[in-house]
Design a protein around this ligand. Structure first.
Ligand code: ADP
Ligand code: MG
Ligand code: ZN
Length: 626
């Protein structure tokens, strides 16, 4: 619903036309004209020229750098001029030529400078820079990600599209479904924008930045627009990639300009899509010596966000990314994007709700069962579902039906799943059950372990390439030190998934390999790096100092050590992992009914999060034997 889009100059502006015409004139004057204005002369070898000079046949010679022209003597005379035939030859490096010509009494001169006069001279100076500017502009525009083409003088202007409320077709929260947690968070943001006074009068600081995090197509952009629509404020939208330009400094001046515009329109929302394009961690770009342009742009963004104070303007910066892990930590600290909202793939009921929204615009047949469609589309994001509805409608139209039938949806799902298979996997029922028990196993064990925070979400909607399901456990605070109990707890939590599979199915699947890897690495670090083994003592058994970080993942090569020590280390590591495994098994056996209960719920809804999850996990009790 862009209403107040910036006026776009036509693709070929006046400036470009003039440029083209001038370029044509220049080419004509400097290359084509001389060809025609020059009398036709025939070329002869240099030796023949010299021969004719020696014979005394040559009347006059014009020596140029690339060409020598000479006129033969003639008996005829027109006026006082002797007019003979003109020939040309290509000069060779011959220093004796002037002497020879003088000797033979030939009139000779160097070629006079081109006679096209000041016009072509002037054009020769003006046109090439203009052509260069034209090329420059072309690239700027291409680099700008297809934004509005603007004159060369406004390269640094932001290309933000402005949306203003008040249109019939405005986006609201009613257009977004399946992401209820995210909506709840954003309702608060709407309130900040609508009644900032209520917060500022108590002295509360209105948050400046909210980061929407989630896989592509889950409705991040849509949510941002809905916030603007609900709050009835202008909405400046720009994509992170539009900031990144070939020329250092352009991106940062765009950021400056964007915020200047926004402050004038406050209260308003600035939405930066694909924040990762500029927000990449500055240290991680190191290999090529960094990217100056992106860094400057990022720095400008950081200082703009710090720059506007709550008293002068309520500008809330929303940003979206699907790769929060690569963002520069400076972006996430308080006062910037300190609020993060997870926008995840929708679970079953969410998918049904999204289908309902998008089905409003198509004619549905009698037999449509949206719930059945939702059941068959695990892993579909909002955009996939919107696409599904459209595909089904297209199929119905192709089959010349009046309305969309369930069969059309079935066919459309098949088509899309084939395309989506690479993106997200569709699990069969047994696999789904295993994944559900596995994740609930992590959650139950994790909820008991000290220092690892609250379990926020369990989901069996696959995410990305590797995870079939996942358990989200957020630490309560930043942890820089962990003690031994906590590390053992983390290992037990990692093994919780596999333990649940063992208990319930009495068999082991391949799904836990990543958990095992991480658990083993952690245990090895406890022994060889943190000196937490009584038997091996407080010695560092690893080479180098890089092993300081808990989550580094790649274990260092061990120091030179005796065979016996190596064996002892292996035994200790194995001991730690096995103890943790037993702990996980005990906990799950002790809470078997809760395991069943939560898993059933999870299989029904595909995801449990927030309050309802806390309530379920509150009942988990520690096994006596720990
Ligand atoms: P993202 O920005 O997360 O990649 P978008 O917001 O651009 O995704 O979503 C693209 C389109 O998919 C939206 O315009 C909308 O039609 C549809 N869509 C995505 N998520 C949802 C949702 N949760 N509810 C309704 N429609 C959605
Ligand atoms: Mg988007
Ligand atoms: Zn797992």
């Amino acid at each position: 619903m862009p209403i107040k889009d910036k006026p776009r100059p036509p693709r070929f502006s006046l400036f470009n036309n003039i440029l083209l015409i001038l370029a044509g004139v220049f080419l004509f004057v400097s290359f084509i004209l001389p060809v025609f204005s020059r009398p036709q002369v025939s070329a002869v070898p240099y030796s023949l020229f010299i021969h004719q000079v020696r014979e005394g046949d040559v009347a006059r010679v014009q020596v140029g750098q690339n060409q020598i022209r000479f006129q033969l003597k003639s008996d005829e005379e027109i006026g006082s001029e002797q007019v003979g035939q003109v020939f040309s030859t290509t000069p060779i490096f011959d220093l004796s030529l002037p002497n020879l010509l003088e000797e033979k009494g030939v009139e000779f001169a160097a070629t006079p400078p081109p006679t096209n006069g000041w016009v072509s001279n002037l054009l020769g100076w003006i046109i090439p820079p203009l052509i260069f500017v034209g090329i420059f502009q072309f690239f700027v525009r291409r680099g700008g990600g297809g934004g509005g083409a603007q004159g060369m003088l406004s390269i640094g202007k932001s290309k933000a599209k402005v949306y203003v409320e008040g249109e019939a077709a405005k986006t609201t929260f009613a257009d977004v479904a399946g992401v209820d947690e995210a909506k709840t968070e954003l309702v608060e943001v709407v309130d900040f924008l609508k009644t900032p006074g209520r917060y500022t009068q108590i002295g509360a600081r209105i948050p400046k930045g909210v980061l929407l995090v989630g896989p592509p197509g889950t409705g991040k952009t849509l949510l941002a627009k809905a916030v603007a629509g609900e709050a009835g404020v202008p909405f400046f939208s720009i994509s992170g990639s539009e900031f990144v330009e070939m020329f250092v400094g352009v991106g940062s001046s765009r950021v400056r300009d964007l915020f200047e515009q926004a402050k004038k329109e406050a209260p308003c929302i600035v939405f930066i899509d694909e924040l990762d394009a500029i927000g990449k961690s500055r240290s991680s770009s190191g290999f090529y010596g960094g990217n100056d342009e992106r860094e400057q742009t990022l720095n400008q963004l950081l200082s703009e966000m710090d720059g506007f104070a709550a008293e002068d303007a309520t500008v809330i910066v929303l940003a979206a990314t699907n790769r929060p892990e690569i963002l520069d930590p400076a972006l996430l600290r308080p006062g910037r994007f300190d609020r993060q909202v997870l926008v995840d793939r929708p679970a079953l009921s969410g998918r049904e709700a999204i289908l309902k929204i998008h089905a409003q615009t198509v004619k549905l047949g009698e037999d449509i069962d949206l719930k059945a469609i939702a059941t068959r589309t695990p892993g579909f994001a909002g955009a996939d579902l919107a696409n599904l509805v459209n595909e089904a409608a297209l199929l119905a139209a192709r089959n010349q039906r009046e309305s969309v039938a369930q069969a059309d949806f079935a066919e459309a799902i098949e088509r899309l799943v084939a395309g989506l298979e690479k993106k997200s996997r569709v699990l069969n029922d047994r696999e789904k059950k295993i994944v559900a028990y596995h994740e609930v196993g992590h959650a139950i064990v994790g909820s008991l372990m000290p220092g690892s925070g609250r379990v926020e979400k369990i989901s069996i909607v696959s995410r990305g390439m590797s995870a079939l399901g996942y358990t989200l456990q957020l630490p309560e605070e930043d942890r820089f030190l962990s003690d031994e109990t906590e590390l053992r707890g983390q290992i037990a939590t990692l093994l919780g998934g596999r333990s649940a599979e063992e208990i319930v199915f009495n068999s082991i699947t391949t799904g836990a390999s990543n958990d095992l890897q991480r658990a083993t690495d952690l245990a090895e670090q406890m022994v060889t790096t943190f000196g937490m083994s009584k038997i091996l003592g407080p010695l560092a058994y690893q080479q180098g100092s890089r092993a300081m970080f808990l989550n580094e993942g790649v274990p260092n090569p061990r120091r030179m050590m005796s065979e016996a020590t190596a064996e002892a280390i292996d035994r200790e590591v194995k001991g730690i992992v096995e103890t943790a495994h037993q702990q996980a098994l005990d906990t799950l056996n002790h809470n078997r009914d809760i395991l069943e209960n939560i898993t059933m719920r999870l299989l029904e809804t595909e995801a449990i999060e927030g309050k309802s999850l806390y309530q379920l996990l509150d009942q988990v009790q520690a096994a006596a034997a720990i």
